[in-house]
Design a protein around this ligand. Structure first.
Ligand code: SF4
Length: 206
């Protein structure tokens, strides 16, 4: 029997920090309405439009790109998943959105990034951004940023290992770049960072 679901297409709009301005929201609503698509907020804080088909999927993609949206595609540097942070959370010690933007400014232009590489930022040790379960987890503390590596979710979750502590924002940006470089160099196709974190050449360890 033919699986009718195989012809259903979708497109994922990348949202830095999960943020959606009123103007962007209006545009997505308009395009979703025009093509009768359902909007799904993904667990990675992006917006997936469901229910396109082979005939209209390219038109949908073009309509979004023409309005300045960035779409999910293989090889793009991952946008960090973030908690709401300072000043929107009373416990926040860091502007998580600003740090996510800095990572995108530095690395967002990279291409050929291997899959299975996730980054998470939390504005305090409560870690609402799920930073202990990301390939690179960044957690703000009163003494600076701590960086974890090798966390993952899925059927066999693992807690990340703390590999640096008390970093400045600039040092965190540099650390993410070095870990990403190491991951890229040691990963032929796809690989979670937990398989690399105990390598004696891993760029950070405490
Ligand atoms: S991790 Fe901390 S700053 Fe972020 S939402 Fe949770 S309590 Fe607030």
């Amino acid at each position: 029997m033919k699986d009718t679901h195989t012809n259903i297409k979708h497109v994922t709009v990348l949202l830095s920090g999960g943020l959606l301005t009123t103007e962007k929201s209006r545009e997505i609503n308009r395009i979703a309405g025009k093509y009768d698509l359902t909007q799904y907020v993904t667990t990675a804080q992006n917006m997936r439009l469901l229910g396109a088909n082979e005939e209209n999927i390219e038109e949908v993609r073009k309509a979004l790109v023409d309005k300045g949206f960035s779409l999910k595609a293989p090889g793009k540097f991952p946008m960090a998943k973030v908690c709401v942070g300072m000043p929107f959370c009373n416990l926040g010690l860091s502007d998580t959105f600003a740090l996510a933007d800095s990572l995108q400014e530095h690395y967002g232009g990279r291409t050929g990034v291997k899959p299975k590489f996730k980054i998470s930022i939390s504005g305090c040790p409560a870690s609402c951004g799920g930073s202990l379960l990301a390939d690179i987890g960044i957690i703000a503390t009163r003494k600076g940023y701590d960086v974890y590596a090798g966390g993952k979710g899925g059927p066999l979750p693992r807690v990340g290992k703390k590999v640096a502590k008390g970093l400045t924002k600039e040092e965190v940006v540099g650390a993410v770049g070095r870990i990403a470089d190491f991951h890229a160099a040691r990963t032929p196709k796809k690989q979670r960072v937990f398989k690399l974190v105990d390598d004696r050449n891993f760029p950070f360890s405490i």
